[in-house]
Design a protein around this ligand. Structure first.
Ligand code: AHR
Length: 497
């Protein structure tokens, strides 16, 4: 099989908003306790944060991290997590049937985020609570001083405001599993009034209106249309969430699931613009794809867990090689929608469906999916260019005309670098690709990174990094034509300068 691609400097989709390389830490399982925070770990710093984990996060250059949930936020009292630790209540955490000790809360997370070099995307509880709790939390976080909640923050040792810019108006409020779930009209009204109060407290913030929990929800996309018709005036973004699995063990079909993500994004864009037209508005709502990943490996194990434990090993998917390929394709899809997708969060970051795993009292290591995340985040910054792809294709169980080549292209003018990201979806054969780079002056291949493995089910463990990239790709550039043979089932990055 083969694929030919045209890339031109003028085929600009948009500047990539670096926040599409965001992630997510929920107070769930071992994401916080035993993940980012483990005060008696030998690598813990003075705040109890694991420095081995911090280093892996910094390497990923994660620009923004969503917090504290997720489903957890819909029954969360933020007040439980601030002030003297010894006075913080232990609570029944209803989303995941655990015990939340509240040892880590808003201020500790802000400390961790500063150390990780990342911004916070804060979610407010619109399940069991509403306008009052949200505006108070915002005042606590962002108001400089001289009021009840800003002075309370200071009394807790945080003189300076946290300056949190991005706020989510609830989480997955369409989901029947959500504590305090709502109909679209109920949510829309509450989110509108909450947004109005929040933007009065701090007009500089940006707000994310809650979209559907996934594209298969029976209320999708009517949920988007109805809720946005309420929240349009104050919302800046709408959220999208999507997880894929390979329960059927059908790899060809699994690797094509990013096509579903693409269609999901297109439908949400259309729905936003439909409401824009109805409202005769000049404002455009952008997309925050603030939960996405592969998630299915741990579902059965989680059913066996006992309720009401502190930080049990929940949602601990062990990712294999083929998962890393779909993760790469999902990231390509985000880049190819850079004009409307301005934020995205790989869900999640540590232990819970995450690229980074830890052992309590032990090591931290990289899952297979860490690698595409790393390369795309570090090198996928600049202008997204639209690759015009002519590729051989296949049909799978759910998809027709799936191109063997999946690709995204980013021009980094600051470093004078053109970066090609490519997946060969073919399960048996290598793919001969040629990129026509007619308008570019770049003259040399800096590196051709390849992620490949004989076994699609190969995983990384704390003992062995079975799946890791190498730089022995065979890309050559001659007369503005880039040629490469992409190994069967592989992900590739070629940097040209
Ligand atoms: O990321 C895990 C969970 O997935 C989140 O808590 C929820 O928002 C989604 O259903």
């Amino acid at each position: 099989p083969k694929a030919s691609v045209i890339v031109d400097k003028d085929f600009v989709i948009s500047k990539v908003d670096e926040r599409i390389y965001g992630s997510f830490i929920e107070q769930l399982g071992r994401a916080v306790y035993g993940g980012i925070y483990e005060p008696d770990h030998e690598q813990a710093d003075e705040h109890g944060f694991r420095q081995d984990v911090l280093q892996l996060v910094r390497d990923l250059q994660v620009p923004i991290v969503r917090y504290p949930g997720g489903n957890m936020v819909s029954a969360y009292n933020w007040e439980d997590g601030v002030g003297p630790r010894e006075e913080r209540p232990r609570r029944l955490e209803l989303a995941w049937s655990t015990i939340e000790t509240n040892e880590v809360g808003t201020n500790e997370f802000a400390d961790w985020a500063a150390k990780a070099g990342t911004d916070i995307m804060m979610a407010v509880n619109l399940g069991t609570r509403g306008i009052d709790a949200a505006r108070n939390l915002l005042e606590y976080c962002n108001h400089p001083g001289g009021t009840y909640y800003s002075e309370l923050r200071k009394s807790h040792g945080y003189e300076q405001p946290h300056h949190i810019k991005t706020w989510c108006l609830g989480n997955e409020m369409d989901g029947p599993w959500q504590i305090g779930g709502k109909t679209a009209d109920e949510y829309g009204r509450l989110a509108y009034e909450t947004a109005k109060a929040m933007k009065t407290v701090d007009p500089s913030i940006e707000l994310v209106s809650c979209g559907s929990s996934n594209s298969a929800m029976p209320t999708f996309p009517e949920w988007e249309a109805t809720t946005l018709s309420h929240t349009y005036e104050f919302a800046d973004y709408i959220s999208l969430h999507q997880y894929y699995g390979n329960h059927e063990n059908d790899t060809a079909n699994f690797l094509a699931k990013s096509l579903d993500m693409d269609q999901f994004i297109r439908t949400v864009i259309s729905t936003c613009d439909y409401i824009k037209a109805k409202k005769r508005s000049k404002k455009t709502i952008n997309l925050s794809f603030d939960e996405w990943n592969v998630w299915f490996h741990s579902t059965e194990a989680d059913k066996q867990l006992e309720s009401w434990q502190v930080a049990p090993p929940q949602l601990e998917d062990v990712y294999n090689f083929e998962d890393a390929l779909l993760v790469a394709n999902m990231m390509h899809t985000l880049i190819n929608h850079a004009d409307r997708v301005k934020m995205a969060c790989m869900a999640q970051l540590v232990n819970v469906i995450a690229p980074i795993m830890t052992e309590n009292q032990g090591r931290a290591w990289k899952q297979t999916i860490y690698y595409p995340y790393y390369y795309l985040s570090v090198y996928g910054r600049g202008k997204a260019l639209q690759p015009i792809i002519h590729s051989d294709k296949y049909d799978s169980r759910e998809f027709t005309d799936v191109a063997y080549l999946d690709s995204a292209v980013v021009l980094n003018e600051e470093h004078n670098e053109l970066v090609l990201f490519m997946t060969n979806r073919h399960l048996e054969a290598s793919l001969a690709v040629s990129y026509d780079l007619r308008s570019f002056e770049q003259a040399e291949v800096v590196e051709h990174i390849v992620l490949e493995h004989d076994d699609p089910k190969a995983v990384n463990t704390k003992e062995k990094e079975e799946v890791a990239p190498h730089s022995r790709g065979n890309a050559v550039l001659e007369d503005k034509q880039l040629q490469a043979e992409l190994p069967r089932m592989s992900w590739n990055m070629v940097r040209l300068r």
